[in-house]
Ligand binder design. Structure first.
Ligand SMILES: C[S@@+](CC[C@H](N)C(=O)[O-])C[C@H]1O[C@@H](n2cnc3c(N)ncnc32)[C@H](O)[C@@H]1O
Length: 203
């Protein structure tokens, strides 16, 4: 099934889907927007919840809801909004920079079952010369992709924020808060971070 539109977040959906653990019972997509990724996750998990604090986005998401997907209007930082330790897989695409990174990570970790997997696709800003060079390399790749995908960017009204940390800050904070995580800076101005929550009494 082809995507109805393309942007730099949708580009990394495939990486998210690949990270879903085998036998995933419950998945959660945080900051689900119009629900595109949550619908894709429906084939990989017993049940999927998409949560977003924007009523407009949730209204859009609910226009197409597969039987094993639920869309919740709420704030994932609010402990009353979602059950703790309930999800084998949690994805957060282009959303953690909408708040303080440490708070976002603590909230996401709380939602995971012991042994569950977290996947963040995030944004950071350039600070060093090397940062700018790497970001510059993304330009032709992005242009080509957009051309191939018909230049469609995404739903109108999606709440957006600028990144609030630079690449080095994100990398350091991630390795401190999520020891053992795998962190990759990607070409299209995104990083991916995968972390497995330790099981009780050991990894
Ligand atoms: C840039 S959009 C990304 C949407 C979607 N993940 C994607 O990749 O297309 C960020 C979304 O996160 C949502 N969001 C931001 N902070 C949130 C929070 N604390 N709780 C729930 N949703 C949040 C916004 O409403 C917005 O829909």
């Amino acid at each position: 099934m082809s995507d109805p539109y393309w942007n730099h977040d949708v580009h990394y959906h495939r990486a998210v889907l690949t990270a879903v653990p085998q036998g995933c019972r419950a998945a959660l997509d945080v900051g689900c927007g119009d629900g595109l990724l949550a619908r894709k996750l429906a084939d990989r998990a017993g049940s999927v919840t998409g949560v977003d604090r924007s009523p407009d986005m949730i209204r859009l998401a609910r226009q197409e809801t597969p039987p094993n997907v639920t869309f919740v209007e709420g704030d994932y930082l609010d402990t009353a909004a979602l059950p703790a330790a309930a999800y084998d897989f949690v994805s957060a695409v282009a959303v953690v920079h909408h708040t303080v990174f440490e708070d976002a990570v603590a909230a996401l970790e709380r939602l995971l079952t012991p042994g569950g997997r977290l996947m963040i696709v995030g944004l950071a800003y350039d600070r060093t010369f090397t940062d700018w060079v790497i970001s510059g390399c993304g330009m032709p790749a992005s242009r080509l992709r957009a051309l191939l995908k018909g230049g469609k960017r995404g739903p109108a009204g999606m709440p957006l924020e600028d990144p609030n940390m630079h690449w080095t800050q994100i990398r350091e904070a991630a390795s401190h808060l999520l020891p053992g995580c795998s962190f990759r800076r990607r070409l299209l101005w995104r990083y991916t971070l995968v972390w497995d929550k330790p099981r009780r009494g050991g990894p």
